[in-house]
Design a protein around this ligand. Structure first.
Ligand SMILES: CC(C)(COP(=O)(O)OP(=O)(O)OC[C@H]1O[C@@H](n2cnc3c(N)ncnc32)[C@H](O)[C@@H]1OP(=O)(O)O)[C@@H](O)C(=O)NCCC(=O)NCCS
Length: 335
């Protein structure tokens, strides 16, 4: 194994399904309104898969192909897969196994990461360690979610249902080509004190049987959230951990060329940006179009921003996330 000085993002891609679901569409299924949703979250529409039979790994395939093309690589160059999702195709095996098979690269190791909204950053830390150790040359890191089949589209589930959308992002992590490039700092955290403030209770190995008809009636198989608690923690932890990585990387907020925060709520990100002193012009905000795509938000946002010319090789990119667990983290990387 030949160790490597630093890893970076060699290529990035994304994919969203074609079905657009507006706030007005949701207002036909539950008591809500475009005004309520936009005011509190900034979301105007989100994407849903077109039909049953499409899982997180299916959305990851076109995102991966886009990332490979961007990196100038092919499927055969992928040495390992890391798949971050909270909505795996099936309970087990991991979606990474399904993805590897669909990409025609059977035999390549595949690891699923179950860290919800922070999944991409947790995955990035693993990919970085593998590349730097010389264990794998090109690591495919995916964040992909199909939420639309797992939310309750009625009044009981409306607080959660309006927030989420389907989508995928993929990055190829490999050796940085010049000495200024690479992941400069990354910090990860988790605190189970908030585990039940944003969770999906069943099916559960903690219960025997794991799922009962009563649980289905009560909706225990849908996500449940204490929105205010999540809001409070997110607006405290995201700036805190972002400041730490900038400090570690010896960068000032003004050195950040692009800030890619997890897209959970526009208001959260505006508060985080203000606390960090990073202007909105440098901050990715695509929640209006896609809602919260959980593990996919950061690679999806970075992929769009790169293609729009908002960042380029040599740009300093700050990423930060907060979500279920609670889990949170931040990373700063020179592309
Ligand atoms: C979810 C969130 C937008 C709710 O906003 P809020 O101002 O806290 O709203 P509340 O939960 O206090 O609800 C206010 C009212 O709106 C109602 N409401 C909830 N969802 C609604 C919806 N989709 N449409 C209309 N009304 C809704 C509530 O029932 C409540 O009614 P009540 O006052 O009669 O009880 C906000 O808490 C939030 O964004 N939290 C963070 C969530 C998040 O980021 N989750 C993902 C983390 S990765």
């Amino acid at each position: 194994m030949k160790s490597v000085a630093a890893s970076t993002i060699l290529g990035i891609g994304h994919y969203v399904p074609s079905k657009v679901v507006t706030n007005d569409d949701l207002a036909k299924l539950m008591t809500t309104s475009d005004e309520w949703i936009v005011q509190r979250t900034g979301i105007k529409e989100r994407r849903y898969i077109e039909h049953s039979g499409i899982g997180a790994s299916d959305l990851a395939v076109p995102a991966t192909k886009m990332a490979l093309e961007h990196a100038g690589l092919t499927e055969k160059d992928i040495d390992a897969i890391i798949f971050a999702t909270l909505s795996p195709d099936h309970n087990f095996p991991g979606s990474g196994c399904f993805l590897g098979h669909k990409l025609g690269i059977g035999g390549v190791p595949a690891l699923d990461v179950r860290n919800q909204c922070s999944g991409f950053l947790y995955g990035l830390s693993i990919a970085d360690a593998w590349v730097r150790a010389g264990m794998y040359e090109n690591v495919l890191l995916v964040g992909a979610e199909v939420h639309s089949t797992g939310i309750e589209l009625n009044d009981r589930g409306r607080d959660v249902a309006v927030l989420f959308g389907d989508g995928a992002g993929a990055a190829i992590i490999g050796a940085a080509k010049d000495s200024n490039q690479g992941l400069k700092a990354i910090e990860l955290h988790a605190d189970g004190v908030g585990a039940k403030d944003l969770w999906l209770e069943a099916p559960a190995s903690a219960y025997d049987p794991r799922l009962t008809p009563e649980m289905l009636v009560e909706g225990k198989h849908f996500p449940a959230m204490n929105g205010k608690q999540v809001f409070r923690w997110a607006t405290e932890k995201m700036p805190e951990v972002s400041k730490k990585v900038l400090e570690e990387a010896k960068l000032a907020a003004s050195d950040v060329d692009l800030f890619v925060p997890h897209q959970a709520n526009l208001r959260i990100n505006q508060m985080v940006g203000a606390k960090l002193g990073i202007p909105e012009a440098k901050t990715v905000a695509n929640i209006e179009k896609y809602g919260n795509t959980t593990a996919a938000t950061i690679p999806l946002g970075l992929s769009e921003a790169w293609r729009e010319g908002r960042c380029r090789r040599g740009s300093n990119v700050l990423m930060a996330a907060f979500g279920s667990g609670f889990t949170w983290g931040a990373a700063v990387l020179t592309l």
